[in-house]
Design a protein around this ligand. Structure first.
Ligand code: HEM
Length: 153
């Protein structure tokens, strides 16, 4: 598959740019959706149509921004992994980044389950719970950026 590696090498600046654009969009959703959940969870008893408005906002954010952004982060990230000379798996940082990215992907799916429970009115989580879990993606992102930019080990 040497020809494919050649294509990936030519495409490298573009795959890197598209990867960074994708992760920015994905992170925006991962950081903002739980904020919507906070207001959503705190308005359970609200008799106006506010609850349905939150549902609609969460569906749009999750399915039209976060899911495509997660998929393109993975696609361009994997292209970068298979680009020759980019990642040396003897270093420690790519493994730490991989663990953090898998955690972010797990968190993305947890948000999907919490969204559905709020929409179905079966969620028992409080606004405080969503305020707390909102810190998770921020912490993971800080570690990821320190790994890819600083390459400490
Ligand atoms: C979704 C799975 C992901 C995979 C498979 C992946 C993989 C990669 C690879 C192989 C590179 C190339 C490293 C280099 O050019 O030196 C890269 C660059 C980068 N990644 Fe990811 N990544 C993923 C997710 C993320 C996430 C979630 C973030 C941020 C929160 C992120 C931030 C970055 C940044 C900032 C760079 C540019 C580093 C530089 O040019 O020095 N990545 N990624």
């Amino acid at each position: 598959m040497a020809w494919l590696e050649g294509v990936f090498l030519d495409f490298y600046p573009w795959s890197l740019a598209l990867h960074v654009i994708s992760v920015i969009s994905w992170m925006a959703g991962l950081l903002y959706l739980p904020r919507l959940f906070v207001y959503h969870a705190e308005n359970k008893e609200n008799i106006s149509n506010l609850y349905e408005i939150f549902n609609k906002m969460e569906i749009k954010l999750f399915y039209f921004i976060m899911r495509p952004a997660m998929i393109s982060s993975w696609v361009f990230g994997l292209i970068l992994i298979f680009t020759p000379g980019i990642i040396d798996w003897h270093d420690g940082w790519p493994w730490v980044k991989a663990a953090m990215v898998l955690s972010l992907t797990w968190y993305h799916h947890a948000l999907g389950r919490w969204r559905k429970a709020l929409a179905d009115r079966t969620s028992h989580h409080s606004g405080r719970f969503f305020r707390m879990v909102n810190e998770i993606p921020a912490l993971l992102m800080i570690v990821i950026v320190l790994m890819v930019i600083g390459r400490p080990f």
